[in-house]
Design a protein. Structure first.
Length: 323
């Protein structure tokens, strides 16, 4: 138990240090961005002197950073300037992040499931080689995920709309409740967005390769070889020992999913953190952009901490490595 607590404490310290570094970098980068929210206002030049004083934009980079860092350490990112004027940033960012979680979590789970099932179907980690056609089929399907997320999202939206409209004109279907994308807030829109988020920008291809590596490595472990020789059940063994690799693959994929979230939410017209970040950058609402970027950074570091904690709890070798 002492070894387990020590391992978790070390992972927790790493999480705190990484998160603090991410907050520092994000705050510094946005403090150095040229231009400000006043430039995005139609009457900004006339009101600049007044708004600079009210919004704290009068100082240079050093002054802005010196003011922003202590507040960021207290999770105080100020108020939105142009997107939702006067609204506190943290509640806005938290609310948007909650809406985006409904896309991110299913997309991450789907990518993991598709990666491991695809790798298993292709024969990765199997005792005997499988037919070459299975590997080719899996690789061909995974190669489709190389399409960038923005192109995949637009292709899905336009393709589904065009196909549905053709069927409606031919009298084969009635107008669906979700037609037309992306205006309709419907489960179909969410499901399509999850599919694009899970597979586009080579996400599925990357996951398939990493899952295949994990299956192959596990299949070569001594205890798996011994269990196979005894003729024992391998599925429970694989499920138990793949928990740590799967958690780490999910954590490693988190930054890519967070990046793709911006274009996917924009293409599907979904009001989440990605869309709000896009809007805040367009209107130069840097306090809101910083808050959203910090939420994304904390999400990525938290995913890594959870994955490391899972590995330490389920894998004795992780604990022994620290002894």
């Amino acid at each position: 138990m002492r070894l387990l607590l020590r391992a978790l404490a070390l992972r927790a310290l790493t999480f705190v240090a990484t998160t603090a570094g991410a907050v520092l970098v994000v705050t510094a980068l946005f403090s150095a961005v040229p231009g400000d929210a006043i430039d995005a206002l139609p009457n900004g030049p006339e009101l600049r002197s007044q708004l600079e004083a009210e919004w704290g934009l009068a100082g240079g980079f050093g002054e802005r950073l010196a003011d922003a860092l202590p507040r960021a350490a207290r999770l105080d990112f100020g108020h939105s300037l142009t997107v939702s004027p006067g609204a506190p940033v943290l509640p806005l960012a938290a609310s948007a992040a909650g809406r985006s979680a409904a896309l991110l979590l299913p997309a991450a789970a789907l990518a993991l499931l598709a990666g491991f099932l695809g790798a298993a179907f292709a024969g990765d980690g199997a005792e005997r080689p499988v037919g070459a056609w299975r590997r080719l089929l899996v690789r061909a399907v995974a190669a489709l995920s190389a399409v960038p997320a923005v192109l995949a999202a637009l292709a899905v939206v336009n393709g589904v709309n065009a196909g549905t409209w053709s069927l409606m004109e031919a009298g084969r279907v009635e107008r669906p409740a979700w037609f037309a994308l992306p205006e309709s807030d419907h489960a179909v829109r969410s499901a399509l967005a999850v599919l694009v988020l899970a597979g586009a920008s080579a996400s599925l291809l990357w996951m398939l390769r990493r899952a295949g590596d994990s299956l192959t490595q596990l299949g070569q472990e001594t205890f798996v070889v011994a269990e196979r020789a005894r003729g024992g059940p391998l599925v429970p063994l694989y499920l138990r020992h793949l928990a740590a690799p799967a958690a780490r693959l999910g954590a490693a994929q988190a930054p890519a999913l967070l990046s793709a979230l911006i274009v996917v939410e924009r293409a599907f017209g979904m009001p989440g953190a990605g869309s709000l970040f896009w809007e805040s950058c367009g209107l130069r609402d840097w306090p809101l952009a910083v808050g959203l970027a910090v939420v994304a950074a904390v999400t990525a570091t938290s995913a890594r901490f959870v994955a490391d904690a899972v590995a330490v709890i389920v894998d004795p070798r992780e604990r022994e490595a620290l002894s």
